[in-house]
Design a protein around this ligand. Structure first.
Ligand code: WTA
Length: 654
């Protein structure tokens, strides 16, 4: 890990104001320490108490953690509940008229949905799904634009016990196909078109294309929400309009009572090798993680207006749009569009207009908005804000300071939240009324999270040195398994190197002298482009699937807005192209990747060589490729290379 030694030294520190601290749900370091102490003393009782306090159980649990089949842990496994009931029904008596969702469409049109209205819509749609014979355990693919209906679709699945798998609307037909095939889904829910930044996104057409591909014959129906007036190709018998499906349905739908360990959803995420992994989450443990962390980290209290800018296609949109906020009866903004349309002041205007008090976004969005108008926030009244958050990648201290001063008026704590698709909920972040923040650090683990940083042998590293981030005890919202691949689950997350005892996050990190955690990046071949996890292997496979490509290697290079950009080194089956021909070929391959995976995976930079730098045993020397991608001179020893002259070719810009 020596190459990962941190060079960052950040000494600034910001404590919450007295006022913030006094009003906070977890108020002051003493309260934080007490909670940690409780978790230390009786770990199971700590989680059991939270589970009883925060979740409404249909049948109470008597068992807490079952580790007899470790690492396939079970929590509360004789309890019964329904997640949608916890997000909706139980609030109706007290909060039926409260606003659940303030929806702002791409074109600026705003609509409000109360808890009772959301409940009504979820019941109607759930009954519609039942009329298609969808029920407990069936897999449903959701490929929707951001909006109220995406949440309704997810909640309706949860209500009837169907397992949803949301696919980000920016993914291509190939990615939709892979997820349908892996889950053997019976139903796809989509929209005719999405609308983002004034442009339409052809969602239904992409589903149509996916369904012509191999492995999709399990799909019986496609439900289509009519978002725009644009038409859609129609297959009679298979395709059904959303509005037709709910016609005449009852506004009441008895929830399906689920075992706490029944799967709630599967969400695919990139790994270093092979195809994306279907991360499977449970009903009980997941809901507890999302509900509790939302309350602690965002310090949500009645009267707050919360806004998370993530898409429901990612885990952040699951835990901190669809489930955590609703389980807490919160009022939230949901936004269909993009931060730069119609201009780079969109976020700031929306914060002013909706009086947002808690704002949660990604470092990549912050960096792009600094670039497009660092002074723009000053033109808007952002005084409603009291708390800011970030997620998805490390935030550089300059961007943190800008966010703190220019957006937060030096008044709002920033919660830098570290977590993953696999952890289901935030694991390391400052509790804002207790823990002082430092720009660039996600600070301290939440109470009940036993995180550590260890070396290859599993021993904790000294402060200041880098190591593997691990979580030493299973926690309720941890991934249960990889759908269809329990062996891979074991190998990836509970590897033998640590005796199968620790959850290995795949990130490197170090701690400072105050015990603060600083995330340094991934240790595997996963790129973090604009906060989206992309496996280099997936992009390589996509490139090699092109009939002209013989071999490809993909690495990341630092990018000042996206965090990382994709660089591809390609060997063609024919001669190595140069000049105009190389440029043309590169453009073609970029489009190819966009079509195979989605625009987010498109390489920024493509280089052609007659070969890739390989060791004599044929291993690609990725370290060298990373240096070339960054434009660095090669200082590493290249004597073990089979073909050192290839490096000059690959370094040649197009
Ligand atoms: C990275 C997103 C630094 C990390 C919720 C992790 C972060 C991966 C942070 C998970 C943060 C997420 N600081 N890095 N606050 N949050 N990451 O599954 O590398 O899309 O492993 O979940 O993003 O990405 P995922």
């Amino acid at each position: 890990m020596s190459t990962l030694e941190s060079i960052l030294k950040e000494t600034r520190s910001f404590s919450p104001s007295d006022d913030f601290r006094q009003k906070a749900i977890v108020s002051g370091m003493e309260s934080y320490n007490t909670l940690c102490e409780q978790a230390n003393q009786d770990y199971e009782a700590f989680w059991a108490n939270l589970a009883r306090e925060l979740i409404t159980w249909h049948k109470p649990f008597s068992r807490v953690l079952d580790d007899s089949a470790a690492p396939f842990f079970k929590w509360f496994d004789d309890g019964e509940l329904n997640v949608s009931y916890n997000c909706l029904d139980r609030h109706l008596a007290q909060h039926g008229h409260s606003t659940a969702i303030i929806f702002e469409a791409d074109d600026g049109k705003v609509s409000h949905v109360s808890y009772s209205e959301l409940h009504r819509r979820v019941c109607l749609f759930a009954n519609g799904l039942k009329s298609l014979n969808i029920g407990k355990g069936d897999r449903v693919i959701i490929y929707m634009p951001m909006g109220v209906e995406a949440v309704v679709a997810m909640q309706a699945c949860a209500r009837i016990g169907a397992i949803h798998s949301v696919v980000f609307g920016g993914f291509s037909a190939g990615a939709v196909r892979d997820r349908i095939a892996d889950t053997a889904a019976r139903l796809v829910i989509t929209a005719n078109e999405g609308l983002r930044g004034g442009k339409s996104v052809p969602l239904k057409a992409t589903v149509d294309e996916a369904l012509t591909l191999e492995g999709c014959d399990t799909v019986e129906h496609v439900v289509v929400y009519q978002r725009t007036n644009g038409g859609a190709h129609w297959q009679e018998g298979r395709d059904i309009w959303w509005h037709k499906l709910i016609e005449g349905q009852s506004e009441q739908c008895e929830p399906e009572w689920m075992n706490a360990e029944d799967p709630l959803f599967i969400l695919y995420t990139s790994g270093s090798t092979g195809k994306p992994k279907g991360i499977q989450h449970s009903c009980g443990g997941y809901l507890l993680g999302a509900t509790n962390s939302f309350r602690w980290v965002f310090d949500y209290k009645p009267g707050d207006v919360y806004w998370c800018t993530a898409d429901v296609g990612w885990i952040t949109g699951h835990s901190y749009i669809c489930y955590g906020p609703l389980a807490n009866a919160a009022t939230q903004v949901i936004f269909e569009g993009i931060p730069t349309y119609p201009d780079a002041a969109r976020f700031w205007r929306m914060i002013e207009q909706h009086k947002v008090s808690i704002f949660y976004t990604a470092p990549t969005a912050i960096r792009s908005l600094i670039k497009l108008g660092a002074d723009l926030p000053k033109e808007y009244d952002l005084s409603s804000l009291r708390l800011l958050g970030t997620v998805g990648e490390p935030i550089n201290p300059e961007a943190w300071m800008w966010y703190y001063e220019t957006v937060g008026g030096s008044r709002c704590p920033i919660v830098d939240t570290w977590w993953q698709t696999e952890t289901g909920s935030i694991q390391i972040a400052p509790l804002p009324g207790a823990v002082a923040t430092k720009p660039g650090s996600c600070t301290l683990p939440l109470p009940g999270v036993i995180a550590d940083i260890v070396d290859e042998s599993g021993a904790p590293v000294e402060p200041g040195s880098g190591g593997f981030l691990v979580i030493k005890k299973p926690f309720p919202s941890l991934v249960r398994t990889i759908w269809n691949d329990p062996e891979r689950f074991k190998k990836t997350y509970f590897p033998e190197e640590f005796n199968g005892q620790y959850y290995l996050a795949g990130d490197s990190a170090h701690r400072d002298e105050n015990g603060y955690v600083w995330i340094m990046g991934r240790v595997d071949d996963v790129l973090n482009v604009s906060g989206h996890r992309l496996g280099t292997m997936e992009i390589e496979s996509a490139l090699v699937a092109n009939p002209l490509v013989a071999e490809a290697a993909v690495v990341g290079k630092p990018h000042d807005v996206k965090g990382e950009a994709v660089v591809a080194f390609v060997v063609l089956k024919g001669a190595r192209p140069t000049g105009e021909a190389a440029k043309k070929m590169a453009a073609e391959l970029k489009n190819w990747v966009a079509h195979e995976i989605g625009k987010i995976a498109q390489p920024d930079d493509i280089r052609f060589g007659e070969n890739l730098p390989k060791t004599r045993s044929g291993k690609i020397m990725r370290r060298l490729l990373r240096s070339i991608a960054k434009g660095e001179a090669i200082t590493q020893d290249t004597s073990t290379l089979e073909n050192p002259q290839i490096l000059d070719q690959l370094a040649e810009p197009l």
